[in-house]
Design a protein around this ligand. Structure first.
Ligand SMILES: Nc1ncnc2c1ncn2[C@@H]1O[C@H](COP(=O)(O)OP(=O)(O)OP(=O)(O)O)[C@@H](O)[C@H]1O
Ligand SMILES: [Mg+2]
Length: 460
């Protein structure tokens, strides 16, 4: 991928200092711009971001210490090297406290300065990389492999592999637990951007008021709580990939801003008036039909076209049941760690193949994980599976959930069935309330009130 050259702003009120600097830095391949005092420097910085600033201290209008203060307030990722004839320990200490990378006194040896610039840029790269890493960890990024050999899975994988190396925006559509996040990571790690950040944002879990600032950042004072400038994900993911999960839930107020970014590569921080640029590949995911959402007026049609240059459709687990044995083996291996993986009894596998899997692979993973914990020996039997009572599993010869001991048609009240069923569904999806509500055909709110009414807890 073509990289922009590293940009350096050199600020000094004496032209005689700037000219040789410009020449040497230019020869080193840096993009260099100059400013002849602090005020001019701040003006330039308001329109263009720089990787590094070489900053004189004594200058007319606004001095270097003030510029440093401004930079550390507004451009956290810009490194600053102070270059000054002032040999004053107090000023030097103040600059370091404010966040300058180094304080070099004039006259200096140019090779020393070049070495210093190299180290400051390495430092900056490390900081940016660490920030991205923290975000990645916070999202629970998994490095697990994608398992499957069924025809529809392999077709999906083939499309994903062809789209991955391009910069095309990709929309991943699939039901809950079908592997959307895993595919997004797969696309990134098979793209030329793989060494750059992969950042993710779940658009449904973040309040509307915060979404724009999370995406595009905000300037200091943009709203009451904005005590300092904050970079958004679009800025932090520069060079890499941004994964927008549940994009169908993105507020209508934010959608035009994302559209503009996709069209022009430009954005503004909340409360800011300068256009910033970032080079980010967008991958989105949705478990809703976005076309329906555009008809209902909840999603902009023009945005749908932009995010959807390629659509990757993830099959439901019930449409790729051939993969169940492989997936089970994979999850059992994962559970066993270094030890010997447990095995599945034939009847238990039969039941897994009959079940409908409304919560897809996540549900299967949870069922297997739970069974591996509960089973007494190295084998997993039907009893250990604790699949929820559903018409499908029940109609298949009554081989349904046996751990609770409740069978449909036995002498128990409807209320008891309901409690057992809700509990069973919750357990089988690892208490993921969103998935459980979908399986039960309830709203999450109603599910919460039932959990409360029945006094259900995860331990029960
Ligand atoms: N092909 C696969 N092979 C192995 N594991 C998989 C596969 N697909 C998904 N998984 C696992 O299933 C779980 C659910 O996957 P993921 O979180 O990517 O689904 P999702 O579609 O994003 O779900 P949701 O709609 O709930 O956000 C994860 O633990 C993931 O590692
Ligand atoms: Mg997901």
């Amino acid at each position: 991928m073509a990289k922009q050259p590293i940009s350096i702003l050199a600020v000094d009120d004496e032209e005689a200092n700037l000219d040789p600097l410009m020449r040497v830095l230019g020869l080193e391949g840096y993009y260099v711009q100059t400013a002849s005092d602090g005020l001019e420097a701040i003006n330039v910085l308001q329109t263009l971001p720089f990787d590094l600033i070489l900053l004189d201290i004594r200058m007319p209008r606004v001095d270097g210490v003030e510029v440093l203060r401004y930079v550390k307030d507004q451009h956290l990722d810009t490194e600053v090297i102070m270059l000054s004839a002032v040999q004053d320990v107090k000023t030097a200490v103040e600059c370091m406290k404010l966040g300058a990378y180094y304080y070099l006194t004039k006259p200096y040896v140019i090779d020393d300065l070049l070495g210093l610039i190299g180290r400051a840029l390495d430092w900056k790269r490390m900081i940016v990389h660490n920030k991205a890493l923290k975000r990645q960890l916070a999202y629970g990024q998994s490095s697990s492999k994608m398992i499957g050999k069924s025809k529809c899975f392999l077709e999906m994988l083939d499309l994903a592999l062809r789209a991955a190396p391009t910069d095309a925006s990709i929309l991943i559509q699939g039901g809950s637990g079908t592997g959307k996040e895993l595919v997004a990571e797969f696309l990134h790690s098979n793209s030329p951007r793989k060494e750059q950040p992969f950042l993710a944002l779940n658009c449904s879990s973040i309040p509307e008021a915060l979404l724009e600032s999370e995406l595009f950042g905000h300037e200091k004072g943009a709203f009451t709580d904005a005590k300092s400038m904050k970079e958004g994900l679009v800025e932090m993911a520069n060079g890499g990939t941004l994964f927008l999960d549940e994009i169908g839930d993105m507020a209508l107020t934010v959608q035009p801003k994302l559209l503009r970014f996709l069209q022009t590569g430009e954005f503004r921080r909340v409360g800011g008036n300068k256009n910033l640029r970032s080079d980010v590949r967008i991958i989105s995911a949705s478990n809703k039909d976005l076309r329906q959402a555009t008809i209902a007026g909840r999603f902009r049609e023009d945005l749908l076209y932009r995010i959807n240059v390629v659509t990757v459709l993830l099959p439901s687990l019930r449409d790729r049941k051939d993969d169940i044995p492989l997936l089970v083996e994979h999850f059992l291996k994962g559970h066993a760690g270094q030890g010997e993986p447990k095995r599945l009894d034939g009847k238990a596998l039969e039941l897994l193949m009959k079940y409908d899997w409304p919560g897809n692979i996540r549900e299967l993973e949870n069922v297997i994980e739970r069974a591996a914990v509960l089973s007494q020996d190295n084998m997993i039997y039907v009893d250990d599976l604790a699949l929820p009572l559903t018409p499908r599993t029940l109609s298949e010869g009554g081989s349904g959930p046996s751990r609770g001991g409740i069978l449909v048609g036995s002498a128990i009240s409807l209320d008891e069935i309901e409690v057992a069923h809700v509990r069973g569904v919750l357990q089988s999806v690892g208490w993921n309330k969103k998935t459980a509500a979908e399986i039960l055909g309830l709203s999450v709110k109603t599910l919460y009130s039932k959990i409360q009414a029945y006094g259900l807890t995860e331990a029960k």
